[in-house]
Design a protein around this ligand. Structure first.
Ligand code: B12
Length: 462
């Protein structure tokens, strides 16, 4: 091995299969950068294994990694009252790596970035990268290879947490095309495609909004940075040609902002005759006739609107930057262009009352979306506006580190809310309520996948 090169094992720790198993794109970006910097990289994906067990032991023995990177995508299912926390599985994983290897353990991923300190304190890792890893991970590997400590530099701030070090890049990557593309070969691409119904691709990072509950700007920054449409299309085309992947999910926080960029992506897909089908998250405000036409032509088959509420008062309380007329217009455009669409809702936010719940339900009746995905309760995440509100309303304690999920439900509404949504959703076949197990039966979903049905399964609900 070349001087300064290390054996790096990248583990994707995510095992969640609802609503679908999702390809570990963040980990695949890290595989790519580590390999580009001359390191020997191997991968271990826990998604389809029954616990790390023998597979991990064999990897540690045979590959003898000098660094183990662990990608933590999710903390918990973020649904209430039914909820799954993954934190204890991560602890079991880290302990198993420790038992079989002396290699330093480096954490990263969106789940890690949401609350680095509590995770470092609980898992006792050697290091963690907060935010995007394309620059920070190779920097950290170089330090390990040279036997140098992790200390702050003009580019990185290094903070000691419980015997480990949290590395935070002081600036985000400006030119997103410099981030490269994920190297996917280390993961079972076909299995994710078969069982998840799509692969994923990113066209931009960042979110400029400040919705009161949302962690996206904390994870990706509040400045939107875009990839060149040609680069996005090249990435899709390569996987289309090499592996026949036709179905895609754009993982952008908001696919259609800036709207010009979204149109360029669609135009590039059409021009290159990629013959794909795709879906993604859209904001109901930045949508017009031209975008819908282009989306339909380029293969968009399902749109998820981050609507959250249909009540004017709640839209304001959640600090959303659109209004009910935007929701009406966006829904109408989808109907006109034959685009299947769903509204994602979060009930129970600050100020929610029976009246605002009724307003949202009435609006859904009016808009006739293909599906509604409803959450009851807001998972309180550190660094978001929900912390102060939940403290004020006595729903969390000041010393709660929020590692295990706490949910905010507008005071006085808790049981009434769950009953109301359950009752409504059971009578309306296009409502999905993960926290109540409504339309989230994994056996049913996997049977549909076994019948080779691709794309978003909620499309089938209406
Ligand atoms: C797109 C998306 C989805 C799509 C995924 C579609 C698909 N086919 O990929 C859908 C709708 C299916 C979905 C579902 C869920 N999601 Co989701 N999702 C996202 C979103 C918006 C983007 C994720 C993504 O792909 N990012 C792009 C990649 C490139 O970024 P990345 O993974 O963060 O990787 C970078 C860094 O983190 C770092 N990195 C990553 N790994 C590693 C490893 C090491 C060692 C290092 C050093 C660095 C590093 O470098 C990478 C490149 O810069 C995020 C929010 C966000 N903006 O992050 C939520 C997010 C990941 N989801 C979340 C959750 C909770 C879920 C669900 C559990 C529940 C739900 N809300 O539906 C399910 C779980 C699904 C599953 N099987 O795992 C949470 C997870 C944190 C938490 N609160 O637990 C997030 C962060 C949103 C939030 N609420 O805060 N999701």
């Amino acid at each position: 091995m070349a001087n300064g090169s290390l054996r790096v094992l990248l583990i994707s720790a995510n095992t969640e299969k609802l609503p679908d198993p999702v390809f570990p794109i963040g980990a695949a970006y890290m595989v790519a950068v580590a390999a580009e910097h001359g390191h020997a990289v191997e991968t271990l994906d826990l998604c389809f294994l029954d616990g790390p067990g023998r597979a991990l032991d064999a990897k540690l023995r045979e590959f003898a990694p000098q660094v183990v990177g662990i990608s933590l995508r999710n903390l918990d299912s973020s649904s209430y009252p039914q909820n799954t926390s993954y934190i204890d599985d991560y602890k079991t994983l880290v302990d198993a790596v420790r038992a079989g290897s002396d290699a330093p353990i480096v954490l990263g991923g969106s789940g890690f970035t949401v609350m680095p300190q509590p995770i470092m304190e609980y898992l006792h890792a050697d290091a963690g990268v907060v935010g995007e890893g394309e620059h920070a991970f190779p920097w950290l590997l170089e330090r390990f290879a040279a036997g140098r400590p992790l200390e702050s530099t003009p580019e990185y701030s290094c903070e000691r947490v419980d015997g480990g070090v949290c590395v935070t890049p002081k600036a985000r990557i400006k030119q997103l095309d410099d981030a490269g593309t994920p190297l996917r070969d280390g993961f079972d691409l076909h299995r994710y495609y078969e069982r998840g119904g799509a692969l994923n691709v990113q066209t931009k990072r960042g979110c400029c909004f400040e919705c009161v509950f949302c962690s996206y700007p904390l994870i990706e920054g509040s400045k939107v940075r875009m990839r060149a449409p040609a680069a996005v299309v090249d990435e899709i085309a390569a996987l289309r040609a090499a592996h026949g992947i036709r179905h895609w999910f754009f993982v952008d926080n908001i696919f259609n902002l800036p709207i010009r960029h979204a149109k360029e992506i669609c135009e590039a897909i059409v021009r290159r005759e990629l013959d794909i089908e795709w879906s993604g998250y859209l904001n109901p405000k930045f949508i017009d006739d031209e975008l819908c036409a282009l989306m339909a032509r380029s293969g968009c088959r399902a749109i998820e609107f981050g609507t959250d509420s249909g009540s004017p008062a709640m839209i304001a309380n959640l600090r959303k930057e659109f209004d009910v007329d935007d929701l009406r217009r966006a829904s109408r455009l989808c109907h006109q262009h034959g685009l299947k669409f769903c509204h994602s809702l979060i009930f129970g936010g600050p100020g929610e009352t029976e009246r605002t719940v009724a307003e949202t339900i009435a609006l859904m009746d009016e808009l006739q979306p293909t599906a509604v995905i409803a959450l009851t309760g807001i998972r309180v995440l550190p660094g978001t506006g929900m912390v102060d509100i939940a403290l004020r309303d006595g729903q969390i304690d000041a010393d709660d580190n929020l590692l295990y999920p706490k949910f905010y439900i507008s005071p006085g509404l808790a049981d009434a809310l769950i009953e109301r949504i359950e009752c409504y959703a059971r009578r309306h076949s296009n409502w999905i309520v993960p926290g109540l197990g409504i339309k989230t039966n994994i056996e049913v979903l996997q049977k549909l996948r076994a019948r080779k049905i691709k794309g978003q399964l909620w499309r089938l609900l209406r």
